[in-house]
Design a protein around this ligand. Structure first.
Ligand SMILES: Cc1cc2nc3c(=O)[nH]c(=O)nc-3n(C[C@H](O)[C@H](O)[C@H](O)COP(=O)(O)O)c2cc1C
Length: 137
C-alpha cells in the first residue's frame, strides 16, 4: 500500500457543480485503479490523500498534476504504508472551513474533519489533515 498527499491552489472559483465533476471522475477511475482517499477543499486550496498500489497512485497523481483546475501542487506526504486506511470510498469530498474565502454555494461545511479520518492514521499525518486551513492567507 502507498499513500500520497498534496496541497494545491484552485485556479478559479469552483462551483459545487465543478466539485461534483471532479468527484465523479475521481470515484470512477479510482475504483478501477483500487485507489481510495479523501479530498478536502476550503474554497481556495485542496488537500488530497490518495491510497492504493503505488504504480496506480503515481499514475493518477500525474494526471491530477496536469489538471488546470488547480496549480502549485505540492506533495506533503509520500510513503509506503501497511494496510489500507482510507476504506470508506474511492474518493470522499469534504468541504472544510476557511478563514478567508467562502465555501462553494450549497455545499455543507464539515466542522470536524477528524470524524472522517481513519482512527489508525499516524499521528503526524492526522495532525496535518486536521489542521488544513488557510489562516491569515
Ligand atoms: C483537486 C483535484 C482532485 C482530483 N482527484 C482525482 C482523483 O482522485 N482521481 C482521478 O482519477 N482524477 C482526479 N482528478 C481529475 C484528474 O485531474 C483528471 O481530470 C482525471 O484523472 C481524468 O483524466 P483523463 O481524462 O486524462 O483520464 C482530480 C482533479 C482535481 C482538480
Amino acid at each position: 500500500m502507498f499513500k500520497l498527499a498534496y496541497v494545491s491552489v484552485a485556479t478559479r472559483t469552483l462551483s459545487s457543480v465543478d466539485l461534483q465533476n471532479i468527484l465523479e471522475t475521481a470515484i470512477t477511475s479510482n475504483r478501477d485503479a483500487d485507489i481510495t482517499g479523501i479530498l478536502l477543499f476550503n474554497g481556495t486550496n485542496f488537500m488530497q490523500v490518495l491510497e492504493g498500489p503505488q504504480e496506480e497512485v503515481e499514475k493518477i497523481f500525474a494526471k491530477i498534476c496536469d489538471d488546470d483546475r488547480h496549480r502549485n501542487v505540492v506533495v506533503i506526504y509520500r510513503e509506503k504504508t501497511g494496510a489500507r486506511e482510507f476504506e470508506e470510498a474511492p474518493m470522499l469530498l469534504q468541504i472544510v472551513p476557511a478563514s478567508h474565502g467562502v465555501a462553494p454555494d450549497g455545499m455543507t461545511i464539515t466542522k470536524d474533519i477528524a470524524l472522517f479520518l481513519p482512527s489508525t492514521l499516524a499521528r503526524h499525518f492526522r495532525t496535518i489533515l486536521e489542521s488544513f486551513d488557510t489562516k491569515g492567507g
